[in-house]
Ligand binder design. Structure first.
Ligand code: SF4
Length: 325
């Protein structure tokens, strides 16, 4: 069977792709680690409007430049632009496949979606579960890394972000990812605990800003809870793949996210919340409800382009720290 490079637009049951012996590639991660501005510019030259989220434009062009065999688009439970993005990629001659997180969040509907995915890649449920066991052995280490972030304070918020956000595809190579993670954790274990100062939560999609974690540390705080990145690491560790992807909060209603966030804020003794929103994203509406139901100092930051924090946003961040430190 030919080995394939499979791009995807957000976390989904990646176990199926690994079970088929292919390499999954999270388009968000490659967009941001390559020349992100150039990706956006190329998409705009093809007609994508300025008022469409930069991640969509970046994912589109990154998909075209990454020698992919196929793109899996998550068309329900992620982005309101997902379907149109896939159509545009299809127009470029790219093979596309649609996956949905059913909005009713039922076991039956999700089972149907995962079964379709398995049929597409010619793998059985037991193949998928075998791949899941392998990935779960790495995810268990990420649970320890996460605890070292908020409890022992051996890991910074930026490092926590890096490892968790990349667990969406294990950088295409779980063995190498694990080897590097082990080396990182062996070093981190020997550190003196980092200062706690203002204990922050970071909510929302991963930041497009390049230096947000460094700026937070410069202001005198650190992130002890990365909400969505932690979700990408599938922290529930359910043995059953259906339960795992039903417990994964990001694709479903904001109320499921709140049910995950609120106990974590308490457990981690979080002092204040930074909620990140992306310009032109429907999740800005969910942010209104996060703010309504989270009873902590709450700062919403909005990012647009892959760049360093602009002076206005930096000023807002610094003022927030002045008031709450
Ligand atoms: S940030 Fe929002 S609009 Fe942009 S790709 Fe993600 S879900 Fe879609």
């Amino acid at each position: 069977m030919k080995h394939k490079r499979i791009g995807f637009t957000t976390s989904f049951p990646v176990e199926v792709v690994f079970a088929a012996g292919h390499t999954p590639i999270d388009l968000n991660n490659i967009f941001l680690t390559q020349d992100a501005v150039a990706h956006i510019h190329s998409a705009e030259l093809k007609g994508f409007p300025r008022t469409i989220c930069s991640w969509i434009k970046g994912n589109y062009n990154a998909a075209l430049c990454s020698n992919l065999d196929e793109v899996i688009g998550i068309i329900q439970g992620d982005c309101s632009n997902g379907n149109s993005l896939l159509d545009m990629l299809g127009e470029e001659g790219m093979s596309i496949f649609r996956f949905s997180f059913p909005p009713e969040r039922s076991t039956e509907a999700l089972n149907k979606e995962i079964s379709n995915l398995e049929a597409h890649f010619g793998v059985s449920r037991s193949d998928t579960l075998k791949a899941k066991l392998r990935l779960d052995s790495i995810r268990k280490k990420l649970l320890v890394l996460d605890e070292w972030t908020w409890n022992q304070r051996l890991v910074s918020g930026k490092e926590n972000h890096y490892w968790l956000v990349n667990s969406s595809d294990f950088m295409g190579n779980p063995d190498l990812y694990e080897e590097n993670l082990d080396a990182f954790m062996q070093n981190a274990e020997k550190r003196d605990p980092l200062p706690s100062r203002l204990r922050l939560a970071y909510l929302g999609v991963p930041p497009i800003y390049k230096n947000i974690y460094d700026s937070i540390i410069d202001c005198g705080g650190d992130v002890l809870f990365n909400e969505v990145q932690r979700q990408f690491s599938m922290p529930s560790l359910h043995e059953d793949i259906l339960q795992q992807y039903l417990t994964y909060t990001y694709p479903y209603s904001v109320y499921y996210r709140l049910a995950d966030i609120k106990p974590e804020l308490e457990k981690r003794h979080i002092d204040a919340v930074i909620s990140y929103t992306q310009s032109f994203c429907h999740l800005q509406i969910d942010n209104l409800l996060l703010k309504k139901y989270i009873d902590l100092p709450f700062l919403t930051l909005e990012g647009d382009q892959p760049e360093e924090l602009d002076s206005r946003t930096l000023l807002r961040l610094e003022s927030f720290f002045e008031v709450h430190s």
